[in-house]
Design a protein around this ligand. Structure first.
Ligand SMILES: CC(C)(COP(=O)(O)OP(=O)(O)OC[C@H]1O[C@@H](n2cnc3c(N)ncnc32)[C@H](O)[C@@H]1OP(=O)(O)O)[C@@H](O)C(=O)NCCC(=O)NCCS
Length: 325
């Protein structure tokens, strides 16, 4: 007897994660991420877990999230995300069972007045889209079920132990060093930081920062770029020690022990194109290099040529997918 239902037991949710980890070991989700991304949702996010069960066997697992408050003032809140989806391919051969799980989820989300579903890229995401190496298992089936591709993004990687800047970047660095200062955000500068984010990056990045800043100490992984006494840019870095772990370190352990992540990064609009973004990144990379970190990841980006100037190369490719309900 096959049963498709919502999962509300902690132990069953961990069984769903175990199934994901068994089938996709290259995207291994550890318990820190489960606690953070599933059991401690950001403000206004409703998380639900779903399973396909045969007797006591879990044959499929899905995680959905939707918003009850808009991320931006007066913005939309009728979007939802399939955060994770995994099938035990050996035991669940029929596409119709998989599609019934999807229908169950979509019916529930439609009842919550959701108009659009994204695959991945949820707040506190594990994946920003469908990973390329899962394409064969999912893409044709998702497309048959009404999901559409809308772009490709990448996680980028660089071994920073040998990071060195080009002569062109060295000139830039020397020119800007006397004007700019980079400082980690502290409890004392938290309000300035959040107000900067609200003004210049009022969407998801402000929403994330606002939620992360509620966790004691977690704001310290943000950096502000100062011109005189004014913040003009920001970045976030993550390590396996971060109190909040942004998604750029989700898969970092694949590369080895000494991994870290950079992003998001943003410069206030009127200060763009002056080399400030490059300068901020160079200083951050050098800082992590000096601390002995080796593997640096930038997640979820399509700015390949921009980051290539500092030697970052594509590592994991993802397809952005959506469905209108
Ligand atoms: C991307 C961003 C951080 C770059 O900062 P910046 O200070 O404007 O960039 P820089 O002045 O250091 O750029 C140096 C070079 O990169 C190029 N560049 C800048 N933005 C680029 C982009 N989006 N794609 C490709 N190249 C880009 C510039 O043309 C410049 O080249 P040049 O020296 O030949 O003129 C900034 O534009 C920004 O905040 N954008 C919005 C947020 C964003 O997209 N962040 C990255 C998300 S992954």
């Amino acid at each position: 007897m096959i049963e498709i239902r919502r999962i509300v037991e902690r132990e069953e949710i961990y069984r769903g994660i175990d199934l994901w980890n068994k089938i996709y070991p290259s995207f291994l989700i550890n318990s820190f991420l489960v606690e953070q991304n599933i059991f401690t949702p950001f403000d206004g996010i409703i998380v639900s877990a779903w399973g396909v069960l045969e007797e006591s066997n879990l044959l499929a697992f899905a995680l959905t999230k939707y918003l009850t408050i808009p991320i931006v003032e007066n913005g939309k809140k009728d979007v939802a995300w399939i955060s994770l989806l995994v099938f035990d391919q050996e035991n669940i051969k029929s596409d119709s069972i998989k599609s019934r799980l999807l229908e169950t989820i979509e019916r529930y989300l439609a009842e919550q007045e959701i108009k659009k579903i994204y695959f991945g890229r949820d707040p506190q995401n594990f994946i920003p889209g469908l990973p390329d190496n899962l394409k064969k298992d999912y893409l044709p089936w998702l497309e048959k079920n009404g999901y559409h591709k809308e772009g490709i993004v990448y996680d980028l990687y660089q071994d920073i132990s040998t990071f060195a800047i080009s002569s062109e970047i060295r000139v830039l660095e020397q020119r800007l060093a006397s004007q700019l200062a980079i400082k980690a955000v502290t409890e004392d500068t938290k309000r300035i930081f959040l107000s900067f984010m609200k003004t210049f990056f009022p969407g998801r990045w402000h929403y994330e920062a606002d939620n992360i800043a509620r966790i004691p100490g977690a704001v310290q992984d943000y950096w502000l770029l100062w011109l005189d006494n004014k913040p003009v840019g920001f970045a976030r870095t993550n390590t396996s020690e971060s109190l909040y772990r942004g998604p750029n370190v989700n898969w970092g352990s694949q590369k080895g022990r000494l991994y870290c992540g950079l992003g998001p990064i943003g410069i206030a609009d009127s200060y763009r194109g002056k080399g400030y973004g490059m300068y901020l990144m160079v200083k951050i990379i050098q800082n992590f290099q000096q601390k002995g970190y080796r593997h640096m990841i930038i997640d979820w980006t399509d700015l390949l040529s921009y980051y290539a100037r500092l030697n970052f190369k594509p590592w994991i490719k993802y397809y952005l997918l959506y469905k209108n309900l």
